[in-house]
Structures are given as structure tokens and as C-alpha cells.
Design a protein around this ligand. Structure first.
Ligand code: ADP
Ligand code: MG
Length: 449
């Protein structure tokens, strides 16, 4: 394996553990320069990246290198471009000045060993907006009456939108009430591993007992059980025992249970028997609130214009938002001053690949044009067939392709209730199965978006 292959493997490992924004901030333009006497010399673009890699990723990089190549003993960082940043600054300390050695926590790693809960996930630091309010409301109901109201509770949504945060917040809240209820959080991957280990070590009874004694079981990222039949079977039994004893079960997944391939039907129907809610991408106001919250919790400040600017530019997951905010804070602290708008602009440009560009209005306009109806009529409360269909299609596309939340769609369509929106989307989903003309129309509309 040459140096390039070695470094590519390390980058591959890093990439799956940190956000894209963080990845491109810290690992772009890095490479292995040489490997000598067991020391890997990593070329990096500037002092800033050097400090950061050294303080945050050094152990991880070394460990990953060692996992791949046993001969590696250490890592050295070498700046390979001539423009080393001058850090001398005579301006008086600004509010945002802080030595960058006590950096922003990338993740608080304190995790309770008994229940696997990370205390940093609370409802207090969870921003609520139309993108997650249904999930929030259901979670609150579960906290109030675990095992009784929504059981199981199933939360789905794309990565980085807060599933782990909200499900762990439920656990932490129930724990905080000190009712003595035993809470346990586990990812489905760990559950599968635990199961396999127990089979191999003949500890299956121990395994069964362990999972049956919890009052609240939270299983994160259930999509990983796809195709793992034996583990699913075991989960099914655990589920039944807990359920019959009115114990609360909470699942999360990156998609609706019906869309998880290789998931047993009987599990799907169990999930469907409780409450299924989704979290979608935060809309503009929520993005503002999230950025504001992250800035505050880092004892930092940023002008209202800058916050609005970031929120406008980035229609992305919360994890990605966090990444960019962290980058901004770091740069500002390093430079000992606030960043100008164009510096922020540049940072965003370099870090995030813009995703969907069409706005809600664009979608509505394109759909109206396609069906030759007045754009304004789509908002009206009419049941005329020629209007109802385009309206339902616009709602469906906003939900499916742009992850706009049901309540937001309802609001945009003249203050309709989210249940109406859900009904409309279901209607289209249903029709797709039998209506070939509709399928063709959707293809054409999507090509226009
Ligand atoms: P998921 O499990 O859906 O991939 P996470 O729960 O890990 O997403 O969330 C990603 C990051 O965003 C975490 O740092 C989390 O604390 C933060 N986060 C998620 N949702 C919110 C929210 N509503 N308000 C504030 N921070 C949030
Ligand atoms: Mg998660």
C-alpha cells in the first residue's frame, strides 16, 4: 500500500465519523508526505489546521493508521504551503476571543455506562419548529405517560435531523423524574452485535433477561437491522414481552418502517400499531433559531445579518449547520475578530455543496404551469378536480423530494391542517401504484424541478 492509498483509507474512516462541513474544513488538502521510521508525516495547509488536527483528531488518526498498518508509531504534522498564518494581533480582545486550545466540544463524550445515555441530549437544548414539532409533541406525551400513550413511538427522518437527540432526550427526561424507571438506549447495530455475541458465547438467556428488564427501551437507527433475520426475530420477542408489560419502546430510523427493505412484516405491523412521526429538514426560521442556539451555547456572538445569511444559504441538516457554525467560531477565534460577511460567505461556499435549489414557490409554480392552472387557484379552498390533483401533487413533491414538513406545507397552502397534507400525500402515493399516467406526469414534473 502506498502513502496515497494509506491516507485515503484513513480519510475514508474519518469521513464516516464527522460531518461533511467538518471533514472539508479540516481534512481538505491533507496528504501523507512520507513515512519514515514508523512516523507518518502528514502535510497540511496551515497552522490553524495543524493545531486543530493535533488537538482533536490526533489520537483518532494514529489509531486508524495503526489499524491499517501496524508499523506506524507516530504522526507528525508538517505545513506544506508557504503562507503560514500570522497570528500576532494587537487589537484589544473581543467578546469572541478565547484561546483555541479549549475548543468547542466536537461531541461530549460523557456517556452513562448503565443506560448509554449522553446527558447533553435534552429537550432544553432542542429547538422546536414545524420540522420536528410532531415528533416533539409525541415525545412529550411519552415522557408523561411512558408505556401508555404512544407505544411504540417510531421517529423517522434523514441523518443529522435530530433523531438521536430527541430519543435520548426522552430517556434523559424520564430519568430526571426519578421514578426509578429503568431506561436503556442502544443502537440497533449494537443490539445485533450483542445478540451475536450472546449466541456465540452461549449467553442467550442472559441476553433475553437483560432486554426484558427495562421500562423504557430506546433503539436507534433500526434500519441497520435490514436483512438481519435472526436479530429481528429476537427483537420481535423482546418487543412483545416489553409491550405486553406496558413498557415503553422507542425506535428511530432514517425512513418510514414500510420503506425499510428486508424488515419482517410482523415487525412493521408492530411499529405501525403505535405512533409513527417524522422529522424533516428545518425551515428558515428554525435554522435561524438553531444557529442562534449553537452560537450562544459556545459563548459566542454573531450579528443578526450573519445568522440570517447562514440560515438563508444553507438548507441542510442540523449536523451540517453545526459544522459550519463551528468552523465560523473557530476561524473568528483564531483571527481574534469577528468575521466579515464575505468571509462567512466563502466559508460556506467552500464547505457545503448546495443541494436542492428549487423553493416551495418554484415547486408550486412549476406544477401549476404543468397542469395549466392559475398558480393562485392552488391555494384556494376549492374541491374542483382540476385543482385538487395539482395541489396534491405539489404537496407530495414538497414532502418526498424536498423533505418539507407536513405542517409547513399546510401553512404554505393557505393554512391547511397537517392531517390534510398527510392525506393528500398518501392519496398520491396510492395512485402511483395504479395510475401510469400519473407516474409519467410525475417524471416530467420532476425533470422540470
Ligand atoms: P440524527 O440522529 O437524526 O442523525 P442527531 O440527533 O445526531 O441526528 O443530531 C445531529 C446534531 O444536531 C446533534 O449534535 C444534535 O444535538 C443537533 N440537533 C438535532 N436536532 C436539534 C434541534 N432540534 N435543536 C438543536 N440541536 C439539534
Ligand atoms: Mg442518530
Amino acid at each position: 500500500m502506498d502513502n496515497k492509498q494509506l491516507w485515503d483509507s484513513v480519510l475514508g474512516e474519518v469521513q464516516i465519523t464527522i460531518s461533511r462541513a467538518n471533514f472539508s474544513t479540516w481534512f481538505k488538502n491533507t496528504r501523507i508526505i512520507k513515512l519514515e521510521g514508523g512516523i507518518v508525516y502528514i502535510g497540511i495547509p496551515n497552522e490553524f489546521v495543524k493545531e486543530w488536527l493535533f488537538s482533536k483528531y490526533d489520537k483518532f488518526i494514529l489509531k486508524t493508521l495503526r489499524d491499517i498498518s501496524e508499523s506506524v508509531r507516530g504522526v507528525e504534522y508538517v505545513i506544506v504551503t508557504p503562507e503560514m498564518k500570522e497570528k500576532a494581533d494587537t487589537t484589544p480582545p473581543s467578546r469572541n476571543q478565547q484561546p483555541y486550545t479549549q475548543e468547542l466540544p466536537l461531541s461530549d463524550l460523557y456517556i452513562n455506562k448503565d443506560d448509554n445515555l449522553n446527558p447533553r441530549y435534552t429537550f432544553d437544548n432542542l429547538v422546536i419548529g414545524s420540522f420536528n414539532e410532531l415528533a416533539y409533541a409525541a415525545s412529550q406525551a411519552v415522557v408523561k405517560h411512558p408505556g401508555n400513550t404512544y407505544n411504540p413511538l417510531f421517529i423517522h427522518g434523514g441523518t443529522g435531523l435530530g433523531k438521536t437527540h430527541i430519543t435520548q432526550a426522552i430517556g434523559n427526561s424520564i430519568k430526571a423524574e426519578k421514578t426509578g424507571k429503568k431506561v436503556y438506549y442502544i443502537t440497533s447495530e449494537k443490539f445485533a452485535m450483542d445478540y451475536i455475541n450472546s449466541v456465540q458465547n452461549k449467553g442467550i438467556n442472559e441476553f433475553k433477561e437483560k432486554y426484558r428488564k427495562y421500562d423504557v427501551l430506546i433503539m436507534d437507527d433500526i434500519q441497520f437491522l435490514s436483512g438481519k433475520e435472526k436479530t429481528q426475530e429476537e427483537l420481535f420477542h423482546v418487543f412483545n414481552v416489553l409491550y405486553e408489560n406496558n413498557k415503553q419502546i422507542i425506535f428511530s430510523s432514517d425512513r418510514h418502517p414500510n420503506h425499510i427493505p428486508g424488515l419482517e412484516d410482523r415487525l412493521k405491523s408492530r411499529f405501525g400499531a403505535g405512533m409513527i412521526v417524522d422529522i424533516s429538514t428545518p425551515e428558515y426560521e428554525s435554522r435561524m433559531a438553531i444557529i442562534q442556539r449553537k452560537i450562544q451555547s459556545n459563548n459566542f456572538s454573531l450579528s443578526a445579518e450573519s445568522i440570517a445569511f447562514i440560515a438563508e444559504s444553507l438548507e441542510c441538516s442540523i449536523r451540517e449547520l453545526e459544522g459550519i457554525v463551528n468552523s465560523i467560531i473557530c476561524q473568528a477565534r483564531l483571527k481574534n475578530r469577528d468575521l466579515a460577511q464575505n468571509e462567512i460567505k466563502l466559508l460556506i461556499k467552500n464547505n457545503i455543496v448546495p443541494k436542492k435549489t428549487a423553493s416551495i414557490k418554484d415547486v408550486i409554480r412549476i406544477v401549476s404551469d404543468f397542469y395549466h392552472i392559475e398558480e393562485s387557484s392552488i391555494y384556494e379552498k376549492t374541491r374542483r378536480k382540476e385543482i385538487v390533483k395539482p395541489r396534491q401533487i405539489a404537496m407530495y413533491l414538497l414532502r418526498e423530494d424536498f423533505s418539507v414538513s407536513y405542517p409547513t406545507i399546510g401553512e404554505k397552502f393557505g393554512g391547511r391542517d397537517h392531517t390534510t397534507v398527510i392525506h393528500s400525500c398518501d392519496k398520491i402515493k396510492d395512485s402511483i401504484k395504479k395510475d401510469e399516467v400519473l407516474v409519467e406526469e410525475l417524471l416530467q414534473i420532476r425533470a422540470l424541478l
